[in-house]
Design a protein around this ligand. Structure first.
Ligand SMILES: [Zn+2]
Length: 76
């Protein structure tokens, strides 16, 4: 299993509604929704900007787990 953002080997845990919890040594822990995973077949996430977004989410929400869903995803 590879990270959707950086391509490193990661641990992925399946979640409800087709989502996955990704634990990446580089990008941190993030949850990616099933809808976004489906759209990834046709689109690419803007890696650098998305990582900044995840970082900001963790600060604002005081959590280790950031969310990539249809509201937070940043496409190229
Ligand atoms: Zn990564």
């Amino acid at each position: 299993m590879k990270c959707y953002l950086c391509g490193l080997e990661v641990r992925a845990t399946e979640e409800a509604h087709g989502g996955e919890l990704i634990e990446c040594a580089d990008c941190g822990i993030y949850r990616i929704s099933g809808l976004v995973l489906k759209e990834l077949e046709n689109k690419n996430i803007d890696f650098a900007i998305m990582r900044d977004g995840l970082h900001r989410q963790r600060q604002v929400d005081s959590t280790d787990v950031a969310e990539i869903n249809t509201e937070t995803v940043i496409w190229v």
